[in-house]
Design a protein around this ligand. Structure first.
Ligand code: 5RP
Length: 265
């Protein structure tokens, strides 16, 4: 790896080898997602505890202070919506010169393995890797499933993650799964981070799945709705931070969550 690529990777993945990315990119296909209507406000209390923000250029320019110290992972795929025909029909939305102008530390792009747009989205990934390699910019691939959430089993996720890594992604973001998640991380030659998906039913469930995934080889999370849609977003952020960066157990993280939550009362 060139110095620039290594430098950017080291800004994303912390010296302990772990990372906590905070995604606020959901509006690019969902519109003004609940609790993300004003993304700049949503992230204010949380920013300190994340290692990078995953965000589109539109929100970067309209809602993020350019003096921000946290790295930006720019979401550069899109072109579809919740109300359109097929979420998988994505294109690359952001030119490399704008990625550089924004001073993004990395870029993120979705691939839809097994969908009608598999080839198109894998081609988006390879084109992006080709451009980004020229400038030492890491690409994070997002193994997306659109509305077909039931696809999120180990066999499918392992396939999608491995393909993303083979095509040049430096980090792969995928879903955690209850069974055989280690098959997903073991089969992927680059670091795996976990997305959250729709909000879990209980606070403890979030801590449990993140802890389990970390034990099974993920290096961190790119977790959005389960943080900022929680009425106690800051306690949740800090409890997850303790699991990721301080090796906290689920019990310790849950105690921390409750104690910070109760401080606020
Ligand atoms: C949405 C994304 C999100 O970054 C990803 O799904 C993580 O967010 P969440 O934890 O809310 O699922 O790629 O397009």
């Amino acid at each position: 790896m060139d110095w620039g690529m290594k430098n950017r990777m080291s800004r994303l993945i912390q010296p302990d080898g772990k990372c906590f990315f905070l995604p606020i990119d959901h509006g690019y296909f969902q519109g003004p997602t609940s609790c993300l209507e004003k993304p700049g406000e949503t992230i204010k209390p949380l920013l300190r505890y994340c290692d990078a923000l995953f965000v589109t250029r539109g929100v970067v320019r309209s809602a993020i202070d350019p003096a921000i110290k946290k790295p930006i992972i720019l979401r550069v795929s899109g072109g579809t919506s919740m109300v359109g025909k097929n979420l998988a029909n994505e294109v690359i939305t952001t030119a490399i010169d704008d990625v550089i102008r924004i001073n993004a530390t990395a870029v993120g792009i979705s691939i839809f393995v097994g969908s009608d747009y598999e080839k198109q989205t894998l081609n988006n990934l390879t084109s992006l890797v080709n451009e980004c390699e020229k400038y030492g910019i890491p690409v994070m691939a997002v193994t997306a499933v659109g509305k077909e959430l039931e696809k999120r089993g180990a066999r499918y996720l392992a396939l999608a993650c491995r393909i993303a890594a083979e095509l040049g992604a430096k980090v792969v973001k995928t879903y955690w799964c209850a069974d055989d998640f280690e098959k997903v991380t073991n089969g992927c030659p680059v670091p795996v981070v976990m997305a959250g998906g729709p909000k879990c039913e209980t606070d403890k469930e979030v801590l449990e799945f993140v802890h389990d995934g970390m034990q099974k080889g993920a290096i961190g999370v790119n977790l959005g709705r389960n943080v900022w849609q929680n009425p106690n977003a800051l306690p949740m952020m800090r409890a997850l931070h303790a699991i990721i960066h301080k090796n906290a157990s689920v019990g310790e993280a849950f105690d921390l969550f409750n104690s910070i939550k109760n401080e606020k009362l």
